[in-house]
Design a binder for this molecule. Structure first.
Ligand SMILES: Nc1ncnc2c1ncn2[C@@H]1O[C@H](COP(=O)(O)OP(=O)(O)OP(=O)(O)O)[C@@H](O)[C@H]1O
Ligand SMILES: [Mg+2]
Length: 297
């Protein structure tokens, strides 16, 4: 990959100026104020430059957790902070990427990336430099002038990532950003996201249903517990980046983490009516699906 030509859009990594420490302390959220909270007593600290992936059954509170970190939801109990400052609402130090790219169809790729900078009052020269850098990072320099309908699904998601990077956030919050893509495109984007992360040193908090995706990307995996949403397990992934998709280590870890989640799904199912129960695919599916490294849950 081409080396960066400038220092914009990157987190400093020296101990003094490192940024992007995201701290959730005893955070709880109960939407209706009664019954079982969506999440309860979550304590999680992401270190500057760390890649943390959250997995867990549907409805266990992954998006709620991300929305609290984004400042779009307020917890009833506990606090969320970034670099020691309490999170009171959305801010330019955090950017979110969703499953749906949410691009404006009447704007080109570059104009979509530039939009937030315009709103924030950046000068034209600054905007041009940042947009060019962000598009280069997602390998879309040559598609800058294309409209959304002229981009593939993977390219649209890369524009969405560039749009989040361009404001130079300290933390990227990613909620199943590749869930709607085909297996090959996902594999390509796993590779590119790892390269981008190594280059920018952003802290990334990433949510997925795919255990394989989690093992491919994470420094640390948080396995959640449902009803109420709690942290069930934290697993460090001590493999260097970028990772070899076919390695034995990756497959062993996928199986181990998948077992944790299956246990959790079985525990939750025991309390549900048969029609509401989830049925994750058998772990055997994982062995042959190196393309996407594990089916969803
Ligand atoms: N705005 C809301 N109002 C009321 N309840 C909500 C709201 N958002 C989420 N919930 C509830 O909180 C719980 C957790 O939802 P959340 O979207 O965080 O789960 P999730 O783990 O992201 O699920 P999925 O994997 O399906 O995306 C669910 O029971 C959901 O119904
Ligand atoms: Mg969700």
């Amino acid at each position: 990959m081409a080396r960066p030509t400038s220092g914009i859009l990157r987190n400093e990594t020296s101990a003094v100026s490192a940024r992007g420490r995201l701290t959730l302390s005893n955070v709880s959220k109960n939407f209706d104020g009664t019954g079982v909270p969506a999440i309860q007593d979550i304590t999680l600290e992401c270190q500057p430059g760390e890649f943390v992936v959250v997995v867990g059954p549907s409805g266990c509170g992954k998006s709620t957790l991300l929305n609290i970190a984004a400042g779009m939801l307020k917890p009833e109990k506990g606090t969320a902070a970034i670099d020691g400052r309490l999170i009171q609402g959305p801010g330019p130090d955090r950017a979110m990427v969703f499953q749906d790219h949410g691009l404006f169809p009447w704007l080109s790729a570059a104009q979509n990336v530039e939009f937030g900078l315009k709103m924030a009052g950046f000068s034209r020269a600054d905007r041009q430099q940042r947009v060019a850098e962000a598009l280069r990072m997602v390998h879309l320099s040559r598609s800058a002038g294309k409209l959304v309908h002229e981009l593939s699904g993977g390219m649209r998601q890369r524009v969405a990532i560039a749009r989040s990077l361009v404001v130079d956030p300290a933390v990227l919050l990613m909620d199943e950003p590749f869930a709607a893509l085909d297996a090959q495109t996902r594999t390509l984007l796993h590779q590119q996201l790892q390269e981008l992360w190594v280059e920018t040193k952003k802290t990334i908090l990433f949510v997925t249903h795919s255990v394989g995706e989690a093992v491919r990307l994470a420094d640390r995996i948080i396995v959640m517990h449902a009803h109420p949403g709690k942290i069930r397990a934290e697993i460090d992934i001590p493999l260097s980046h970028p990772r070899d998709i076919d390695s034995r280590d990756i497959n062993d870890l996928v199986h181990r983490i998948r077992r944790e989640i299956e246990d959790e799904v079985n525990r939750v199912n025991a309390n549900l009516a048969p029609e509401d129960q989830w049925k994750p695919k058998a772990a055997g599916d994982l062995v042959d699906c190196s393309a996407n490294l594990g089916s969803g849950i």
